[in-house]
Design a protein around this ligand. Structure first.
Ligand code: SF4
Ligand code: FES
Length: 233
């Protein structure tokens, strides 16, 4: 049986198991810590930092930190909310995220987090990048203008031999997530849909399937992100 751990989040006593990641333990206790790059059950890479909390006074990413006995976690303060808004605003201005006509609207985690944290006009200037939209693959379209480089597709979308179909390409502000053209030929309909679903924004789209679920009836149209976790409280 796994060892039980006791800790507090914003003064509330919580229970977890040794080896559990903090975001997962918080979720089990009905407390939402926002995540963007993290996929439950997949090794965390801590790319986005939206899950940063204070642990015994120090900032740490909750997706990659395992709980330990006696932890005192601060998750919900005006300063942390502001910090999360800054990350979201930076992501919005760095790409081209036109929610009103994006196929991912209502299922987009970036958009849902912006609503959750009350983001209004970004404090940073828009960069309006002009990046390629790769429509050369039989099953999916990859729009680099919306990619937030979170690595979720790289971690989660693999062929039957365990090879990643997506990979980082180049560095610095030229960094892109590209599709391996040969492996993309082997993408099944199911894996193409999984790639679109795992992408937290609208950078990976399945071809010829737009707007089958009308805007207004999508996941975050119905309930704010994180509220499914908080109802467990
Ligand atoms: S394509 Fe989507 S899942 Fe992949 S890195 Fe970009 S934003 Fe993340
Ligand atoms: S969710 Fe933890 S760093 Fe992205």
């Amino acid at each position: 049986m796994s060892e039980k751990i006791a800790f507090t989040i914003d003064g509330v006593t919580c229970k977890g198991e040794k080896g559990q990641f903090l975001v997962d333990a918080a979720r089990d206790n009905g407390i939402y810590i926002p995540t963007l790059c993290n996929i439950p059950g997949v090794n965390p890479k801590s790319c986005c930092r939206i899950c940063t909390v204070y642990v015994n006074g120090l900032p740490m990413t909750a997706c990659s930190l395992q709980v330990f006995d006696g932890m005192e976690i601060i998750n919900d303060t005006p300063a942390l909310i502001e910090q999360r808004k800054i990350i979201l605003e930076a992501l919005f201005v760095e790409g081209n995220h036109y929610c009103p006509f994006c196929e991912k609207s209502g299922n987009c985690m970036l958009q849902a987090l912006a609503y959750r944290f009350g983001m209004l006009a970004p404090r940073f200037p828009y960069t309006f990048p002009v990046r390629e939209v790769d429509a050369s693959h039989p099953k999916i379209i990859k729009d680099q203008n919306r990619c937030i480089l979170c690595k979720r597709c790289i971690k989660a979308i693999k062929d039957e031999k365990g090879r990643s179909i997506f990979a980082y390409h180049r560095r610095g502000n030229k960094l892109r997530v590209h599709i391996d053209p040969k492996l993309a030929l082997a993408l099944t309909d199911e894996l193409a849909q999984k790639a679109m679903d795992v992408c937290p924004v609208g950078s990976i789209l399945v071809r010829e399937k737009g707007y089958r679920v009308p805007i207004g009836q999508r996941t975050y149209d119905k309930m704010p992100i994180g509220s499914d976790i908080e109802v467990k409280k």
